[in-house]
Design a binder for this molecule. Structure first.
Ligand code: UD1
Length: 365
């Protein structure tokens, strides 16, 4: 079975890595890795390939940044040529980035089957670009692999046949569990001058948070109070840095003496940092899941989440962007009242194995 695996944006890499390893272990799979080039900076792409031991992409489409329509269209045009050349049996896409959507549409139009890993997640908020990517990709997919029962329920409500949906667990957690021991060797705490459980980690990159000046100012206001209680490490996404400069907020950042603004980190450094932190503040999807498995309290700087299981079962709390709410919830954690939570069913490091077993049976018959 010839499988074309697609990656483009940072969170795709952690998801594809264990899947490609699982395919490599089986004789029935021949797998090709295509990088669309949606993310291209070394610290958004190459360094993660290194840490995750991903093979060099067989094909790099070199698309880069642009508007949503431009980026999606450009990936489609370039990916169409790849599919015409390779005529694969299956295209495997993960997550909800523009590259995921673009490659799914292209494959469907050429009659190539699609497997979508991390299907069925819904925030029910169509203002989030990823929500549109998720809905369309799921609609077009032939094999939908889910992380939790809620995802199966969402797909069922959208009329997607049960025979296409497989609850397998979480491939992002496969990567986390595979790399946790190695991450413990990282010297990132020393490099940053931090001690275990005596700092907070923050990430922020959603357009709804960083492209809106008022929202970004609100979050920074909350952050200012929190960093006076415990140092905050903030590996900043390029989009966020750009917006901080554009809104003239660099001075405000510089005045926060216990805020450490750093470049985006590699996978092992970030995992090490997150796993030893007291608290994580984030608007990322994957980090909500990772903190749940690590048992680290997470405050999600969004009004909704497509990953509600991290709230109902895990360590996650939605706090939005109201500074008072952020500060109150952070203080609860710092005072020892953080959520404990439990690890959702099947988030056990074996999701990729389950997926390739199902694909072998379903595609090869
Ligand atoms: C994308 C995904 C999002 C994912 C995130 C992780 C979509 C719609 N969004 O958002 O789901 O959570 O990746 O990071 O696909 N840039 C660089 N260097 C890079 C990449 C981007 O400087 O290597 C800058 C560019 O200015 C670009 C901006 O970041 O315009 C945003 O990049 P883009 O890929 O459009 O979206 P993300 O915000 O990264």
């Amino acid at each position: 079975m010839l499988v074309v695996n697609v990656v483009g944006a940072r969170p795709n890499f952690m998801k594809i890595s264990p899947l490609m390893r699982a395919m490599k272990r089986r004789e029935s799979f021949e797998s090709v890795l295509v990088h669309t080039g949606q993310h291209y900076d070394d610290n958004m792409s190459k360094n993660l390939f290194r840490d995750l031991e991903l093979p060099e992409p067989d094909l790099h489409l070199g698309v880069g940044s642009g508007s949503h329509a431009w980026q999606t269209a450009e990936v489609m045009v370039r990916f169409e040529k790849v599919l015409a050349d390779l005529t694969p049996d299956l295209v495997l896409v993960v997550g909800d980035a523009n590259s995921t959507l673009a490659c799914s549409i292209t494959a469907t139009k050429l009659g190539v089957s699609i497997a979508h890993v991390e299907a069925g997640l819904r925030s029910f908020d169509r203002n989030i670009p990823e929500e549109l990517n998720r809905v369309v990709t799921d609609r077009l997919s032939d094999y939908l692999f889910t992380t939790c029962q809620e995802a199966n329920d969402n797909l069922g409500r959208e009329g997607i046949g049960k025979e296409k949906i497989f609850l397998v667990g979480n491939v992002m957690i496969d990567s986390l569990l595979a790399k946790l021991e190695q991450a413990k060797q990282s010297d990132i705490l020393n490099r940053l001058g931090m001690e275990s459980a005596k700092y907070i980690v923050m990430t922020l990159h959603r357009p709804s948070n960083v492209d809106n000046q008022k929202t970004l100012r609100n979050i920074l206001h909350g952050l200012n109070v929190i960093q006076q209680k415990l140092p905050v490490i903030f590996p900043a996404h390029p989009r966020t840095l750009k917006q901080i400069t554009e809104f003239g907020l660099s001075g405000q950042i510089a005045e926060m003496t216990h805020l450490h603004l750093v470049e985006p980190l590699g996978y092992l450094d970030f995992l090490s940092l997150m796993s030893q932190s007291k608290l994580v503040l984030t608007d990322s999807g994957g980090i909500q899941e990772e903190t749940t498995v690590l048992g680290i309290p997470c405050l999600t700087l969004r009004e909704n989440t497509e990953r509600p299981v991290t709230v109902t079962e895990g360590t996650n709390t939605l706090v939005g962007s109201d500074p008072n709410r952020i500060i109150d919830e952070a203080m609860k954690v710092l005072n020892g009242y953080g959520k404990v939570g439990q690890v959702p069913k099947l988030w056990d490091g074996r999701a990729s194995e389950r997926i390739v077993t199902i694909l072998e049976k379903e595609v090869l018959g």
